[in-house]
Every structure is written in C-alpha cells, then in structure tokens.
Design a protein around this ligand. Structure first.
Ligand code: ARG
Length: 400
C-alpha cells in the first residue's frame, strides 16, 4: 500500500510542484492541507482546485484563525514576545498551529508522514519538524523542496510540463509569508541590507490617513478585549487594528536577524496591530505589575520569544513560562490610549482599576501623603556601603 503523506499546502509554486514531485518520485499518496491563519490574499477555492490539479488525493482547508488568535497569538502578546527585541514572530507563531492540524489530519486519514515545502536555509523547516516531533514522534517528516535540487526556474518548468496551474512568474522575486499577526517580506533587492525596501512591498502599512486620531484598547488579565469600548474577539481586534494603525503607515520593521540555522538575513515586516498591541500591553503592565514582577517578566520575555522563533513552541520550558506569564497577568486589566498620526503611534494614557500608581504618593502638591522624613534614614543606609568603600579603599588609591 502506498505511503500516505499530509502536506502543509500553501497553493504557491513550491508546494504545488511538491505534490506531483512526491507522487512521481516517491510513489506516495498526497493529501494537501491548507491552514487559514488569516493570509490576506488567498482564495481557498482556487487553492483547493490547484492542489487537486497537482494530483492531491484530497485538498482540505481548515479555518484556524480564531484558534491561532486565541491560543497562539494571545499568549505571545501576554509575554510581549518580540524576537531580538523587534520581530513579533509572525511566521514563527503560525507554524505550530499549522503542525497541530497537520498531525490531526494525518491521524484522521491514517497517514504515516507529514511534509512541508521549506528550503534548507530557513527557520520554518525547524519549526515544522521540531513541532511535529513534539506532537507526533512516530510521524515521518518529509521535506521534498529541501532535497530536490531544482531552481525556481526548474520548478516553473516542472509545473508547466505537468499542467499544474501556478501563478508564479519569473518576476515574483519576493518570498512573502503572512497571517493575521503581520506580514514578512524577504528576498529580491532587499538581500542587500543597505538597499531601501521598494515602496511596492508594503501592503498593510500604506499611509492613507492624514488626520491624527486616538484609539483606546481595553485589556482583561493581559488579554485584549475591546477597541474604543467595543467588545470584540481577539481575531477581530487584530483585524480592526491592522486596518486602523496600518492606515497611518505605522508598523514596519526593517532588520537583519539571526536565523536558527546560522545565517544573518535581512527581513522586512509589517505588523501594525501586533506592534500597537504589544506597545499598549507593555504600557498597561507598567501600572499593573509590581516592580520585581515586572522586571523578572522582562528578563524572561526575550527567552520566551527565542523559544518560539527556534521552533520550541511545544516544549516544557515554554509551557512553564506560560504558567508564569499567565499568573503575572492576574491584574493586567485596564485601558491604554494610543495616539495615531502619520508614521507614528504613541501611548498617551493608561488606566486600571488595579493600578499601583498612587496619586497621593506620587504627587508634589498638597495631597501628598508620602512620609518625607522616612527618606533620610533610608538614603543614609542605602549609601552606607559606598561610604565605607570610599573611606577605606577608593580614597586610598594611588593618585595617577
Ligand atoms: N524570518 C522570519 C521568521 O523566521 C520570516 C520567515 C518568513 N517565511 C517565509 N517563508 N517567507 O520567522
């Protein structure tokens, strides 16, 4: 009996060619699974037809947008997860949810393997394979594109020769990956890190608004729950903010990042909602988290982001961090006001019923309740060690 494989299918050139190539070269049966995580442009009927035309036994599309928003994006937001301090992990976050569905589909259809269309140079292969091994160590993971040795041109020829209806042209120079958390644009002239990204690469952050406006984001226990007072699901909050914030041309990232496979790569991203939400969430934490908790959380955040980036979403350390992060969010409830203007997004206010900001302690006016007399002794003891050091050591250094 032929081996059955579930392929993570995007409808693009590589995965379409991969369907036929695996059938021809390996004699397997291929089930295509496309996972909707909020890609902007996909017409799923077309994707389904293309998979069939390429030779797939079945072409399945799963709408995982809500699950992606609630179970993958929301925890990452609570952890303010940004790889190397800048990238909100758009692609990295989507791979584990895709793998979850790959594994479920493989089980349902009795497949022995899953497959992905990644090359050998990127991070996504790491995420697909490590996540699969975490969830289903018995499933084989196949990576046809990594081994077939075809150039992009070869693949286009292969598709034409086999009547696989692809839309790829030789001019399509960018590698794009998108979902509701943002969009990654790589390759083309941007492979020169000095080259200015051509204006045509930006889709979510086209500046169309000129009049500044405010937007208020409400959070409950670290979870965004409303925009301008209107209660919305996480998915709709992201969608709404991508529209509003993106229309001010804000939310672009241009960086050189360290891939897991040892390559530095120039990356451009546009993530208006993600960056606005992280900005607002972090700000709300500044009034809701006690100082030591805030600092310790900030220390683990880069590590948490790295785990996601490195394909370790399903791992005991990531799970344990989630427990800590969730506990830390107990009182992160309130609102943050953002002011949008062309090219900018700034916090202009925050409030919370659990705020640790105490007006009577902070004020310099008559309402002040701070006990000024306590400070004298406190400061003297605070400086005692330094005073001793100064007298016994610093003052006795040979003068230069
Ligand atoms: N460098 C980013 C990451 O590793 C984006 C990857 C985008 N993937 C793609 N196939 N274009 O998360």
């Amino acid at each position: 009996m032929a081996k059955r494989v579930v392929l993570a299918y995007s409808g693009g050139l590589d995965t379409s060619v991969a369907v036929r190539w695996m059938i021809e070269q390996w004699g397997v049966e291929v089930i295509c699974l496309a996972v909707d995580v909020g890609q902007a442009s996909d017409d799923w009927d077309v994707v389904r037809e293309r998979a069939k035309a390429a030779g797939a036994l079945e072409a399945i599309v799963v709408d995982a947008r809500k699950e992606f928003a609630d179970d993958f994006v929301a925890p990452a937001l609570k952890a303010n997860a940004m790889y190397e301090g800048r990238y909100p992990l758009v692609s990295a976050l989507s791979r584990p949810v895709i793998v979850k569905h790959l594994v479920e589909t493989a089980r349902y259809h009795g497949a022995q393997a899953v497959a992905h269309g990644c090359t050998g140079k990127g991070n996504d292969q790491v995420r697909f394979e490590v996540s699969t091994r975490a969830l289903a160590p018995d499933l084989e993971v196949l990576a046809p594109v990594r081994g077939w040795g075809m150039t992009r041109e070869d693949s286009i020829h292969y598709a034409y020769d086999h009547q696989i209806p692809i839309v790829a042209t030789k001019e399509k120079v960018y590698s794009i990956d998108d979902n509701l958390w943002g969009r990654a644009i790589e390759c083309g002239e941007m492979e020169d890190p000095w080259a200015v990204p051509p204006p045509g690469v930006w889709l979510l952050t086209k500046p169309t608004e000129t009049e500044p406006r405010d937007v208020v984001i409400g959070f409950e226990q670290g979870q965004p729950v409303s925009v301008d007072g209107e209660r919305l699901e996480m998915l709709d909050i992201i969608d709404r903010l991508n529209g509003i914030v993106g229309s001010y041309g804000w939310g672009r990232i241009d960086m050189v990042e360290n891939r897991r496979v040892g390559i530095k790569s120039r990356e451009t991203y546009e993530c208006p909602a993600a960056l606005a939400l992280i900005l607002a969430h972090k700000d709300l934490e500044s009034i809701c988290l006690e100082r030591d908790l805030d600092r310790e959380k900030a220390r683990i955040e880069p590590r948490y982001a790295e785990l996601i980036y490195d394909g370790l979403w399903f791992s005991p350390l990531k799970e344990s961090f989630d427990a800590f992060v969730d506990k830390s969010q107990e009182f992160v409830t309130g609102e943050v006001r953002l002011r949008l203007a062309p090219g900018s997004c700034q916090v202009t206010g925050r409030r919370s019923e659990h705020s640790l900001y105490d007006y009577e302690l902070a004020t310099y006016d008559a309402a002040d309740t701070f006990r000024h007399e306590d400070s004298a002794g406190f400061v003297r003891l605070w400086g005692l060690g330094i005073e001793t050091w100064s007298a016994r050591q610093a003052s006795k250094r040979p003068s230069s």
